[in-house]
Structure formats: structure tokens, C-alpha cells
Design a protein around this ligand. Structure first.
Ligand code: ADE
Length: 227
């Protein structure tokens, strides 16, 4: 997986790249790079945005600036780039990220995430340079950077070998293995704490009964809408 994030704040991702699962992915040969859009702006004084035509509050990321950043990075017309990789604008109104979408993106060889700032993107960026728009929830962030980290985390942990050997992305909340339902409850030692016990079945050592109990709990949580 070759994952690029185009951002005005590349330094935000320095910390993110050191997180264990991301670092594991990098060690396995995957890439996660933050590209500074301001570095390639064709405008003076590092300008990247402008006031909206028609008036109104806020600033809009310019289409010429995005084109320059994508050309600089990939050496092709960004209109054609979409044949080579998914180019995803992070927008509050985009397709909502869920486990299925994370899985779909994890199967791609290459992704580019575009982070907007301020009022967002000039619409021509979305129409002509992007294959998708993705949202991490119906609320407005000050920029796409936290969304890029959420997507990076959700996608990279699905790549084979990225999670440690004691972890698994197969049977976790919203996975196919659990029929899209939330994960079952977990318990660990001590088996009794202040009189709060652990379901007997988990201490029984009976694998099939434990498996059934977990599936049932997961289903029950899914019906209740809980986590
Ligand atoms: N940019 C601003 N808000 C966002 C959100 N909720 N999801 C993705 N990108 C965003």
C-alpha cells in the first residue's frame, strides 16, 4: 500500500508515523507520506486558498494549487491520475467511513488523501481530480488531517502482518466474521474485582461454548445499537 496525504500541515503526521501499527506497516514496505501542498503552490507568499466567489465566510482551497501539488507529486495531469490510484477528498459530507469501506481501501495498491482546510475545496477539485469523497462523521473538523489519520489507522491495520501476532482484525467490531455487529465483551484477570465477576462460560475452557456465547453477545449488542 502506497498511501499519500496532501496537507498544509505535514508535521502533524510525524507523530502518527511513529505509532506502532503504522511503524509496522512501514517496516513491511508500505508507505505513508505527508506531502506539503504549500511547497508547490504557484502563487506568491505560499498562498493556497482564496475567498469564495459570491461572498461568504471562510477561505477555499484553490484548484490551481491542488493541481500543482498533484502534478509535482505524480508527474501526470491529475485528471488522469485517477486511473492509477484512488484520490480521496476528505469532506464532512462524503461517504461515511465504516469497516466495509476501510476494507475496500485496504485492498487498493495506492491511495491519495486530500486534506481541506477552512471552508474546504474548490468544487472543481472534487469534480476533476478525485475518485471519492470520504467523511469520518457528520460534523465539521477544522481540516481533513484528523480524518486522514483515522482512515490511515483503520486501513493500515487491515494489511496482513501489520497487527502483532496476538491481535487480529478478523473478528473485531463490525467485521464480516461478526456479521457486521459490534464485538463481544472482553474480560481479563482478576476474575473477581470488588464482587464484579466474569461470565462463567469464559472460565470454562469450553471453546465451542465460548465461541457461541461470543457470537450471541455480539448479536445482542448489535440489536441494542451498543458498542
Ligand atoms: N473535513 C472536515 N470535516 C471532516 C469530516 N467530518 N470528515 C472528513 N473530512 C473532514
Amino acid at each position: 500500500m502506497n498511501l499519500d496525504v496532501l496537507t498544509l500541515f505535514p508535521a502533524w503526521f510525524d507523530w502518527f508515523r511513529t505509532q506502532r501499527h503504522v511503524a509496522n506497516a512501514l517496516e513491511l514496505g508500505h508507505t505513508f507520506e505527508a506531502v506539503d501542498m504549500r511547497a508547490s503552490t504557484p502563487l506568491n507568499w505560499g498562498q493556497v486558498d482564496d475567498t469564495p466567489f459570491g461572498g461568504g465566510a471562510g477561505m477555499v482551497l484553490r484548484v490551481d494549487v491542488m493541481e500543482a501539488a498533484l502534478r509535482e507529486r505524480y508527474g501526470v495531469d491529475p485528471v488522469d491520475l485517477r486511473e492509477d490510484r484512488r484520490v480521496i477528498a476528505l469532506t464532512p459530507g462524503g461517504r461515511l467511513l465504516d469497516d466495509a469501506l476501510a476494507g475496500e481501501l485496504a485492498a487498493e495498491p495506492a491511495l491519495t488523501l486530500l486534506c481541506g482546510r477552512y471552508e474546504g475545496f474548490d468544487e472543481r477539485i472534487l469534480e476533476n481530480f478525485c475518485t471519492d469523497q470520504v467523511s469520518i462523521g457528520r460534523y465539521v473538523l477544522s481540516g481533513g488531517e484528523p480524518a486522514a489519520m483515522v482512515i490511515g489507522d483503520a486501513v493500515l491495520r487491515k494489511l496482513p502482518g501489520v497487527l502483532g501476532k496476538d491481535e487480529s482484525a478478523v473478528e473485531e467490531s463490525f467485521s464480516e466474521a461478526l456479521g457486521g455487529a459490534p464485538e463481544y465483551p472482553h474480560y481479563t484477570r482478576p476474575a473477581d474485582w470488588r464482587g464484579w465477576g466474569v461470565p462463567e462460560v469464559l472460565l470454562s475452557g469450553h471453546h465451542e461454548r465460548i465461541r457461541q456465547w461470543r457470537l450471541e453477545e455480539s448479536r445482542r449488542r448489535g440489536e441494542g445499537g451498543g458498542a
